[in-house]
Each structure stands twice: as structure tokens, then as C-alpha cells.
Design a protein. Structure first.
Lengths: 554, 110
């Protein structure tokens, strides 16, 4: 959760580029306006970056216009190079467009993949001391069974007997029907231990969270803390929401608190009620609750594992019927949430990287051909007095123009496409994952642009650098030696990508074709959210559908 | 008269906006005042560069106010028009009025 703070990196950039007093006052002005922009625009950070870029450019132009003549002439020379480069690219619009689209597509894909990897593996969890948070899981080594959920009663024993944790909290999430003054709507409701909030280091923005006394047998468990989005959506952000009564699955709860914007633990919960409220529906063997724990300051994961191992043995001795062969184990929260997808995402990054290299090789071949075609033009310009240095830098300037255009287009494609990526890649990403454009993606895009510009620009620059002042067939010999290298590299990379893609598809197909243990052909599933109600007051449709499974008739 | 330097259009707008705003003239309010009065979009960079330029010419003076939390702990750069600035505004206005004089029939709004 970044709050209302402007992008730090952009602020730092302004402090580097602008005079100190101007940067100070300007950043203050932008910070003041940023709060307003956040309320009215979709991507306030983009607005901020735009302002930073715009003022930097203006100051740069001002500095040039005030600078001595020699440095001004360098800048004017570069401006002329850019103009000539743009004209030359416009003369061959199709090939320029091909280069820009090819590079933009691959830069976009790579940037989007970086965005997903950032969200899944790099971005820290928005909780205090998140690397001390662990998940306690249950396994039966003899049967080869492992579950991330545990029975609520077992959790209570863990909480009482372990010594290596600062706290343990159980939580289980259901889709409940929220009723009350308005039309009912399904809400993800998490029944959690009271210690959950303090363990995560998150405090409500309004009211309070439930206490340990309320989350205990005999406590007043009809308390609910709601999410910021539910507060806005359902109650219009009313400040007197505290104390209101709402119906969750027909049962009356009192709203006691509102959590900060963006908080939805474990992923997109809208309400939190005491775990004890739901405990009466559990059994000693039903594995329903996930268990979150915070390691004690001096404890390590290994110590926590042996602590839980000894507790598991105690439980097995005391209640062999329900705990025989059961062992508790600990895994870091980051690994628990996204460890499984790490190899797939890295594979995806590798594939995207190879794709980028192929695109670079393609573009390099095209640009070399273009460079060769322009040798006569350069010969004429040299004959008219253009320096060799000026000739050599002309192509990199053109490449940079293409690179910047492709990079910008790729970045926008990534910003719009990154949200879709989790739905199109063959990887089951964690449900909590929220992929959104950020500064890291901007950097990735800039770095990729620079890298591709250098890679695809190398061959054509070499071709022209070797050319003498007049167009001679010798030039062609010098440059054509690069072609087999480029083509060979391109073919090799394509083969690597094709083989990897083939293996990936085969693995995915094998996984899909694995027998689920029942005949899946012709079966469909349907999800129906109804209020929990054990009385015979169920609506006729629900009664009928639970009595007779739904089926499609041919 | 020959070496007299007249203010540019945007410089005049900035100085006039500062005069209108009194003691609350800083980057944000100056830009908003010009946009509200002229209906013209103004970039933040243009405002700051013009303020620097006018300050270098001695037409205005700026000082930093107390930092506030609303501004991320940063101070406002409060601007005040100097006597030389007012004189430059008067000279520019006089020059324009003199050029406008007698052109009423030609430039009258239809």
C-alpha cells in the first residue's frame, strides 16, 4: 500500500535534474496537486511522471538556449541528426513500421512478464515484517498427503503448545450473502482469529477490530470488520457505519470497524468475523482453516519446524484416533503463496527473452540491408564535407529513434496488457495477485529498449563504419559477412524457443490428461450462493437442485 | 528608450497573476489563476522557468514559506512583484495601449 505519496523515484529524478530550490518547491506543488489528481485520474503516477518529464525537458531547453555557443552547436548538430534520421525513416515507412511493431510487441511482452513476476515474486507483502510471517500446514508423510488447511481444533492446540511463534491465527473464507437495507450481494467473508490483524500489522481506519475475548468460546462473536471497498460500495463511505447491523447469511452482525484501502487478506475479502463464530460447524478431522503465524524474534523456521514436530507427536500420543500420522510443518508466506509458480514464471521470462533476441536478429538483418542501400548516400554526403564521425553517428541516432518509438509503444501495450496476461498464460497464478503497471515496468521497458537498440543497431553501424568514402563493392563484402551470423543466430534461437514451447505445451497437455480419479466426461459443475440455513425454509429451486443434481439433457 | 526591454506576453500574465493573488502567489495558484482568467492551459514547467527569469531580471522576489504535511513536507515558493516589475508592467501596457490607439474601427469585434 503506497498511500497518497507521489512516486519517490520521480521526485528523486527532479531533485537530481532541477536546481535545489526549484526542485524543492516544484515537488511540493506537485505533491499538493497529486492528492487531487489521485481522486480524479486513473493512473496518478503516470500523470506525475509526465509532469516530471515535461518540466525537465523545459529546463533542458532553457539551459541549452543560455549555454555558450560551442555546446549549443553540439546540440544543434544532434537536433539536425534527429531531423535527418526521422526523414530517412519516413522515406521507408513500411520497413520502419515493421521494425517498430516487431520491437514494440516483444518489448511489450517482456515488460508485461516483468510486471507479473514483480507482482508474484518481487513486490513485498504490504504487512509489517512480512518475512517473519509463515504458514503452518499439515501433512501425512506415510500417506503422501499434504494439505494447507488444518482442523480448527488442531490449530487451537498448536496455538497453546508451540513456543517459537509470536502468534498464530486461523482463517477460513466463504462467500456469504450480505443482506440488510439494500439488495443482497455475495461477499467474501473471512472468519479469522482476533490476532490476525496485529500479526499483519494492519489497523482499521475506522472503529476497531474484534478482541481476543470476543473471539473466544462464549464471546460476542456477532461482530464484523468490513473492507474499505465494501464500506464505499455499500455504505457510501458513511462515517456512522460503526454500530450498524448487517445480515450475513441471515445472521445479524454489528459493524465494528473498517480496514484501510487495499487490505483484503487473504486475497479479496470484504468482511472479517471472529473465527470462533464459525468454529461450531467444524469437526476434529475436517481440514478447513489456513493457519498464519509470526515467528518469534529469535526463532528460525528450522526451530519452528522442530517445535511443531514435537507438538504433533504429543497430539498423536494424546489423541491417536484423530492425529495418527499427522505432522505440522512451516513454510514462508511468500513461498506458500507463490513458490509453486516461480519456475513457470521464470520459464516464461526466458521464452520472452528469446523472443526478444529473435526480433532483434530480424530487425538487425533488415537494418543492415538498409544500411548497405544507403552507402551511396553517405558517400555523397562525405564528398560534400560531412565528417566521418557525423556519418558514423547518423545510424545510431536513427536506431535510437526507432528504439524509443518501439519502447514507448511497447510500454503502453504492456500497461494495457499486463492485467490480461495472468488470464492468457498457462500458469495458475495465486488468486490474490494484483498485477498493475508500476515503476519497475517502466525501468524494464527502458532497459529493454536500450538493450535492443544496441543489439539490433550493432550490425548496420558496423556495415557503414567499414564503408570507405565512396560506394564500392568492397563495402558489401564487409557487411555480408555479418549476415550468416545473424541468420544462424536467428535460426538457433527460434529452435530453442520452439523446442521450449513444445515441451511446455506437452507438459501442460500431460497435466490436463492426468486422470482426476473419476470420469469427467459429460460432467458439469455449478456454483450456487445461498444463505446457510439448516431449516426447511430453503427456496424451492435450491431444494429441488440439492435433491436432484442438475444435468444438461441432450 | 532604445534599450528599454518589454515584457513578453506570458511574463506579463505571470506578474499580473502574482499581483492579483497577493500573499498567496506560488506555483500552483499562479497557474490556476492564469488558466481561470485566460482559459489557456499552462504547463507547470513554463511557470517555473518564467518565475526564474523574472527573478533574475529583478522583477520579482521569491521566498520559501513554512513546509506543510499536505505538500509532503515541502515549502511553497511564495512570489512577490518588485517595484521594477510593476514599472515593467506599466511600460508594456503603455506601449500596447499606444499601438492600439486609433485602431478601434479596424479591430472592433464584429
Amino acid at each position: 500500500m503506497t498511500g497518497g505519496r507521489p512516486p519517490r523515484l520521480a521526485e528523486r529524478w527532479l531533485h537530481i535534474v532541477l536546481p535545489a530550490d526549484v526542485a524543492h518547491a516544484f515537488c511540493g506543488d506537485l505533491a499538493e496537486e497529486y492528492a487531487r489528481v489521485r481522486a480524479t485520474r486513473r493512473w496518478p503516477a503516470v500523470w506525475y511522471w509526465w509532469q516530471a518529464a515535461s518540466v525537465t525537458t523545459r529546463y533542458l531547453i532553457e539551459a541549452i538556449s543560455l549555454s555558450p555557443r560551442s555546446s549549443r552547436s553540439v546540440v544543434l548538430g544532434l537536433t539536425q541528426d534527429v531531423r535527418i534520421g526521422a526523414r530517412s525513416l519516413a522515406r521507408a515507412p513500411l520497413s520502419s513500421l515493421f521494425v517498430i511493431v516487431t520491437l514494440a510487441a516483444t518489448i511489450g511482452v517482456n515488460t508485461a512478464v516483468v510486471g507479473v513476476i514483480d507482482a508474484a515474486l518481487l513486490r513485498p507483502f504490504p504487512y509489517v515484517d512480512a518475512d517473519r510471517l509463515v504458514q503452518v500446514e499439515l501433512s501425512e508423510p506415510q500417506k503422501g498427503v499434504h494439505t494447507i488447511e488444518a482442523p480448527y481444533l488442531t490449530f487451537l492446540e498448536w496455538r497453546q503448545r508451540t513456543r517459537t511463534f509470536d502468534g498464530l491465527a486461523a482463517h477460513v473464507t466463504f462467500g456469504l450473502s450480505l443482506g440488510g437495507d439494500h439488495a443482497p450481494e455475495p461477499v467474501h467473508t473471512t472468519f479469522a482469529s482476533a490476532s490476525l490483524f496485529s500479526m499483519l500489522g494492519v489497523e482499521p481506519v475506522l472503529g476497531r477490530v474484534f478482541t481476543a475475548a470476543e473471539d473466544a468460546p462464549g464471546g460476542d462473536t456477532y461482530q464484523v470488520v468490513i473492507s474499505h471497498s465494501l464500506w464505499q460500495r455499500r455504505f457510501g463511505g458513511a462515517s456512522d457505519v460503526i454500530g450498524r447491523r448487517v445480515l450475513l447469511d441471515m445472521e445479524p452482525y454489528t459493524v465494528i470497524g473498517v480496514m484501510p484501502r487495499g487490505f483484503g487478506f487473504p486475497f479479496r475479502s470484504d468482511a472479517w468475523a471472529p473465527a470462533e463464530r464459525w468454529s461450531y460447524r467444524t469437526s476434529p478431522t475436517l481440514r478447513t482453516h489456513r493457519v498464519l503465524a509470526r515467528l518469534a524474534p529469535a526463532a528460525t523456521i528450522t526451530q519452528a519446524r522442530s517445535d511443531l514436530e514435537s507438538v504433533s507427536l504429543q497430539l498423536e500420543r494424546e489423541w491417536p484416533r484423530t492425529h495418527e500420522g499427522l505432522r505440522a510443518t512451516v513454510i514462508g508466506l511468500r513461498d506458500a503463496e507463490s513458490g509453486g509458480v516461480k519456475p513457470y514464471l521464470l520459464l516464461l521470462l526466458g521464452a520472452a527473452g528469446v523472443l526478444l533476441l529473435i526480433a532483434c536478429a530480424n530487425v538487425a538483418t533488415l537494418m543492415t540491408a538498409r544500411g548497405i542501400g544507403r552507402v551511396p548516400e553517405f558517400a555523397v554526403r562525405r564528398a560534400l564535407g560531412m565528417s566521418r564521425w557525423r556519418m558514423v553517428r547518423q545510424l545510431p541516432v536513427e536506431n535510437a529513434l526507432l528504439g524509443i518509438a518501439a519502447g514507448t509503444l511497447g510500454l503502453f501495450a504492456a500497461i494495457y496488457g499486463v492485467g490480461m496476461l495472468p488470464h492468457v498464460i498457462p500458469v495458475d497464478l495465486p488468486l490474490w495477485l494484483e498485477v498493475r503497471p508500476n515503476a519497475r515496468m517502466l525501468f524494464a521497458s527502458a532497459a529493454l529498449t536500450l538493450m535492443t537498440t544496441v543489439i539490433f543497431g550493432f550490425a548496420p553501424a558496423r556495415a557503414v563504419r567499414r564503408s570507405p568514402s565512396a560506394a564500392r563493392p568492397a563495402t558489401m563484402r564487409g557487411t555480408t559477412s555479418m549476415r550468416p551470423l545473424l541468420t544462424g543466430g536467428q535460426v538457433a534461437l527460434s529452435v530453442v524457443l520452439l523446442v521450449s514451447a513444445g515441451l511446455l505445451v506437452r507438459t501442460a497437455r500431460n497435466l490436463n490428461e492426468q486422470s482426476p480419479g473419476f470420469r469427467a466426461a459429460g460432467l458439469v459443475t455449478a456454483h450456487l450462493s445461498l444463505a446457510y440455513d439448516s431449516s426447511p425454509r430453503r427456496c424451492p429451486f435450491a431444494s429441488a437442485s440439492s435433491a436432484r443434481p442438475l444435468r444438461f439433457d441432450r | 528608450m532604445a534599450d528599454k526591454e518589454f515584457l513578453g506576453e506570458f511574463e506579463q500574465m505571470v506578474l499580473l497573476a502574482i499581483l492579483r493573488l497577493g500573499t498567496n502567489a506560488y506555483g500552483v495558484t499562479i497557474r490556476e489563476e492564469i488558466e481561470a482568467r485566460t482559459g489557456r492551459a499552462v504547463s507547470r514547467g513554463a511557470i517555473y522557468i518564467t518565475l526564474d527569469r523574472l527573478e533574475a531580471k529583478g522583477y520579482l522576489r521569491s521566498s520559501l514559506a513554512e513546509p506543510t504535511a499536505e505538500r509532503g513536507g515541502k515549502a511553497k515558493r511564495i512570489c512577490r512583484v518588485e517595484k521594477a516589475g510593476v514599472a515593467a508592467l506599466r511600460a508594456s501596457r503603455r506601449a500596447l495601449v499606444s499601438l492600439w490607439h486609433g485602431l478601434g474601427p479596424v479591430l472592433r469585434d464584429s
